[in-house]
Design a protein around this ligand. Sequence first.
Ligand SMILES: [Zn+2]
Ligand SMILES: [Zn+2]
Length: 318
Amino acid sequence: MADNENSIRCRYCGQRNQIRIDSSDARCGRCRLPLSDEPHKKFARLDKEQYIHPADARALAALRAIPGIDTALKKLLAVTGESAIRVIFTASAVKVTPTQCPDLYAKLQIACTTLGVDMPELFVQQNPVVNAFTGGVERPVIVLYSQLIERLSDDEVLAVVAHEVGHIHAEHVLYLTAARLIEFLAKTAVLASPLAFIIKEVLTMSMRAALLAWARKAELSCDRAALLVTQNANVIGRTMMKLSGGTFASRVDYDQFLAQARDFQKNYDEKALDRFWADVITSGLSHPFPVWRVSEILQWVESGEYKALMTSPESAAA
Ligand SMILES: [Zn+2]
Ligand SMILES: [Zn+2]
């Protein structure tokens, strides 16, 4: 090691890095996340009940209470099958491995080791939308759209990967896959396909509506999982700002965006909240509005629940 170099271990992935003493903004050579002396917590035993959003829990209970829902989903997924789902979700995508997009692979490993989840397969798919999703039946896969990687910083990409790993940890994948299949068919010109026919045949209108209503609320739980991995609420906030402001995020003021999120939280009562969810559902969005997601994360941090979880005996410094 040269005199003007320092050895620093990456708090996220554990890689040793030699950096120049005078370098500010040093990044890990493996995962590309910023290097710092702060510890990074990994959870030895994280129970999903410790972070699940109450709106997610309520919507899931409502969904499960629909008679025949599990049988219907099993029927649907038996027909569509794991392989069909994988073809739909991963066609023309690049598989991430330790040697293909190694920094993305490292980020996936960080999210999985922090939350305590087995490594799923990860793909990058050419797509102009800033988004990602998780699907599958027995073996989940995560797909990141190329635009997301191009537009987000490395810690923001970690936040998105961690959100998707959160869906696996929270055991959302089966229901989420069904919800995404419904959305996929609603948006594309394959309404006359056999798959669309099967969905209409197997899932009643109320099952489909309950699945979509739950899927949006499930996002709030996974934003919390993302915070448990990034351990920085501003990373979640900035990611949401980019999702909401599009690609000109550098010109959007983050503090004002936070103020907007706080305003949003202040200006509703329970009735307005119900109307809001109805609007979200009818608007055809697959995710709740980013400003709402930020206000939810801020509220979770301010409630003290996040801090309690971070200092619980189940979390240990890496
Ligand atoms: Zn690293
Ligand atoms: Zn999600």
